[in-house]
Design a protein around this ligand. Structure first.
Ligand SMILES: *[C@@H]1O[C@H](CO)[C@@H](O)[C@H](O)[C@H]1NC(C)=O
Length: 349
């Protein structure tokens, strides 16, 4: 008896979810870097990978998926918040097909940036190539759903974009080439032009609902604190200033695009202030450590340096704002998403 009732209830719930969400946000489509990559780098020849323990130890099933985190990322939580699936599959993962990707797909690649030269550093997927994969996805989606339904999915999808930190951390401040070509002001403007073209391109391909994330307080990433020799382990204030200025320009660009392009709605998802609040008032959010990552010493480990044999990894990542020396812990991602989802629903439902 119970066995018959349960499938019925389940079925009704599915109907309720689809009828509510399909009307407005059809899918979550993700572009960007490791802040949102759900495992594309597993399938390309790069060292910017993390599909091994202890990554993923708090992910459902404890699986290392290639997410640079102990658990889920903001797009996973956002998708769940919109009544869609609780994890966003990576486009290059052969375990998934277009029927999975029709309600959510990730084109992001860890270690990439706006600048082609940033993707070159660790041989990852440049942003233009993410867009090429998206075009291929559209073709598969049309073949799978038919033109009319596919167009609906494309225009009703929420596009989540998070990129830019690596252009500074991994490229501009780490390597000589861009620094010799651009002042930091000029480099910001160079990146902003790429960002603007990227949004215009997504728009021309049919995207209408975007959540666009700016830069975090870069100078407070543990790996950046580690390089602060004047004030050991303090934030690099100059890098935070660069992030703030970049975000100001990006916000203005987003406002302009919203005005220029009819039917486009871009939400500027500025996580800078919230992240800074977690850093300055950790106990209010239940964090005990914000200046070091959980993995290893927390000072420099990320990717291959954070592995099963890395000593000193913390037992409870929920007490840490950062999982490794660059990437937020799952709990930080959840806190960000819990703030963001109601705002996105207000705008897009
Ligand atoms: C990046 O590379 C692609 C492919 O070669 C090219 O089309 C694009 O113009 C480049 N972007 C910039 C900003 O140079």
């Amino acid at each position: 008896m119970a066995a018959m009732i349960i499938p019925c209830i389940f079925f009704i719930q599915i109907l309720a979810i689809t009828s509510k969400s399909e009307a407005k946000v059809s899918a979550i489509i993700v572009f960007g870097d490791s802040s949102v990559d759900s495992g594309n780098n597993n399938y390309i020849p790069t060292i910017a990978k993390c599909n091994f323990e202890p990554y993923g130890r708090d992910f459902p099933g404890g699986i290392p998926t290639g997410r640079f985190c102990n658990g889920r990322l903001p797009p996973d939580f956002i998708s769940e918040g919109f009544g869609l699936k609780p994890i966003i599959p990576a486009y290059l993962d052969p375990h998934f097909t277009i029927s999975d990707f029709a309600t959510g797909v990730c084109f992001a690649s860890a270690a990439t940036g706006y600048d082609n030269a940033t993707a070159d550093v660790l041989k990852v997927i440049p942003l233009w190539k993410e867009v090429e994969y998206y075009k291929e996805y559209q073709m598969k989606l049309r073949a799978y759903l038919g033109n009319r339904k596919a167009n609906e999915v494309i225009s009703d999808a929420l596009y989540v974009i998070s990129i830019g930190t690596n252009d500074f951390v991994e490229n501009y401040y780490a390597l000589p080439r861009r620094k010799s070509q651009f002042t930091v002001q000029q480099y910001k403007d160079f990146l902003i032009r790429i960002a603007e073209n990227f949004v215009r391109q997504l728009y021309s391909l049919g995207a209408r609902k975007l959540s666009y994330t700016g830069l975090p307080p870069m100078g407070c990433l543990p790996v950046e604190r580690t390089t602060n020799f004047e004030n050991p382990l303090n934030c690099l204030e100059e890098r935070n200033k660069v992030a703030l200025e970049f975000n100001g320009k990006l916000r203005a660009t987003v406002a302009k695009l919203n005005k220029d392009l009819p039917g486009l709605k871009v939400f500027f998802a500025d996580a800078y202030e919230l992240l800074l609040e977690l850093i300055t008032k950790p106990s209010q959010y239940g964090f005990e450590v914000v200046d070091e990552g959980c993995c290893g010493t927390g000072l420099f480990e990320t990717g291959i340096l954070c592995n099963r044999h890395t000593p000193l990894t913390c037992p409870d990542a929920d007490k840490y704002m950062f999982w490794d020396s660059i990437h937020p812990s799952q709990r930080t991602n959840k806190i960000i998403s819990d703030k963001l989802v109601p705002l996105l629903k207000q705008l897009f439902l």
